[in-house]
Design a protein around this ligand. Structure first.
Ligand code: LM2
Ligand code: CA
Length: 477
């Protein structure tokens, strides 16, 4: 359950947070497949409670396993999965089965179901109080029993030790597998017992061969376990069951590219930093929680709001061979509870897509920023190679090669980088994919001339719009 089941020349997952299914289907065909994205993490697909003012987080309060949300209904979801798989883009679903909705005496859901969370009555599943742990609060994260058996912010806590509860969860996951998904992001995994998760994961069906998966393929599982150290529960309790969201990566990359830890230290980036092994870690610069100060990482986290530093951190993440990578694609927000772009009826709005690839209508679409999608292409190009010819200036300028396939340099100093480098590339003229796009034999950005022996002069001004330069075999003019 560690294999993300991606097409073998593709690598990166994008989280299209709060997007509608129809829009994701179009995005797979029009943008993600052509740019070489490997998959999409989608927002929760099952029915959630409708919360007044429609914050984004209502989707983390399930009312049933009916596939109807503001993103669309089951038919739209199934159509999206089919269309995305057809063009080689996998779908990973954010699944919530630690809990149901929180206290409320007359909850109404996005599929029209009714429930009384107060008395733990969810007739649309159905679940009743018998299926839940007794109510108690989580206040001591050093007490594993409390973290797993009490209620996370008051959300009614399912008992995954019960056979009936396991059956309902597996039924839900199997349904998604039948529809062609490639795997799951398991919400709040830390709040469930590893032994229960083990049983549940093993029972899930093999992936659907009619969607292009090889016979006997297992669903990819990435478990949301926030472990920045110093708590009673460790990520290592879960890392034999499936991949883990490596929050430490998010915190450390943010610290480095905010200028709070010299870039030269990134030389041994990877497990030596306390991260999980490469194939067990899913990494990201920010996620939907920590970009708005929910979840782990605090002030170290970089988001689209610090755009220059954010693009540099993302470029490093995608240039480095470590781990399974995920890009965040956000909607713009001022307040941490603010919901996605929606009309006065609460219907989600589609992103507006401009001819320069960028988005509007309240959507940020980091994945459509040239500096980011071109690095997805870079990562695909250099797959299978390691890091070599590392260089740093002893502080905040670094550069390295990826075998003979790609070269990248970063300048986070307040003075220019201007130096001859070994790029490890064959002689020729290359398009810098950060400052421009390659179009046939034209480059809309900087060009780099690599001489015999791989040497080239690289210039990144301190005041330039971006602090990175990247060239690879596929960007040769
Ligand atoms: C997660 N990972 O373990 C999600 O990534 C995270 O986004 C979810 O919290 C959380 N677990 C539960 O699935 C979000 C949000 C919370 C929000 C919950 C439930 O970060 O703020 O809590 O979803 O919607 C909200 C209120 C909170 C209230 C609670 C229950 O913010 O104040 O607590 O609802 O009514 C009384
Ligand atoms: Ca629990």
């Amino acid at each position: 359950q560690f294999d993300p089941q991606q097409w073998n020349n593709r690598n990166t997952i994008v989280h299209l947070f709060e997007w509608k299914w129809d829009d994701i289907a179009n995005e797979c065909e029009n943008f993600l497949a052509p740019k070489g994205f490997a998959g999409v993490q989608v927002s929760p697909v099952n029915e959630n409670v409708i919360v007044y003012d429609r914050p984004w987080w209502e989707r983390y309060q399930p009312l049933s396993y009916k596939l109807v949300t503001r993103s669309g209904n089951e038919k739209q979801f199934a159509d999206m999965v089919r269309r995305c798989n057809n063009v080689g883009v996998r779908i990973y679903v954010d699944v919530i089965f630690n809990h149901m909705a929180a206290d409320n005496s007359h909850a109404v859901g996005t599929a029209g179901s009714r429930a009384v969370p107060e008395t733990k009555d969810f007739p649309a599943v159905p679940f009743s109080s018998w299926d839940f742990h007794p109510s108690c609060d989580i206040y001591n994260y050093n007490d594993p029993n409390q973290v797993r058996n009490c209620e996370l912010v008051g959300l009614k806590d399912l008992d995954q030790g019960k056979e009936y509860v396991r059956e309902k969860i597996v039924e839900f996951l199997d349904h998604l597998v039948e529809l062609g998904v490639a795997g799951f992001r398991v919400d709040a995994a830390k709040h469930m017992w590893p032994a229960d998760l083990d049983v549940i994961y093993k029972r899930i069906k093999n992936l659907n061969t009619q969607h292009g998966f090889a016979p006997n393929s297992r669903p990819f599982i990435v478990q949301e376990v926030i472990d920045l150290g110093g708590e009673g529960i460790s990520k290592y309790e879960y890392s034999d069951l499936g991949a883990i969201t490596e929050f430490r990566f998010s915190a450390e990359i943010g610290k480095a590219f905010r200028g709070n830890n010299d870039l030269k230290y990134l030389r041994n980036w990877g497990e030596e930093w306390g991260f999980l092994e490469s194939h067990k870690a899913l990494v990201f610069v920010d996620n939907h929680d920590n970009q708005r100060s929910h979840g782990g990482g605090g002030n170290d986290i970089l988001t689209y709001k610090q755009d220059k530093n954010y693009k540099m951190a993302t470029a490093f993440t995608l240039a480095h061979p470590f781990s399974i990578t995920r890009i965040m694609s956000s909607f713009a927000f001022e307040h941490s509870d603010q919901g996605p772009p929606q009309d006065s009826q609460g219907n989600l709005l589609s992103p507006v897509i401009y001819s320069d690839n960028s988005c509007g209508g309240g959507w940020v679409c980091e994945h459509r920023w040239r500096q980011i999608y071109n690095m997805v292409g870079f990562k695909n190009q250099v797959r299978g190679t390691g890091v070599n010819d590392w260089w740093d200036n002893g502080k905040n300028q670094i550069a390295f090669c990826r075998g003979g396939e790609g070269f990248i340099a970063f300048n986070l100093e307040n003075y220019d980088l201007n130096k001859e480098f070994q790029t490890c590339l064959p002689a020729g003229t290359y398009c810098d994919v950060i400052s421009g796009d390659k179009n046939g034999s034209n480059c809309s950005g900087k060009t780099v001339v690599v001489g015999n022996g791989g040497k080239a002069n690289i210039y990144i001004g301190a005041k330039e719009y971006d602090g990175v330069l990247a060239i690879h075999k596929g960007s040769r003019l």
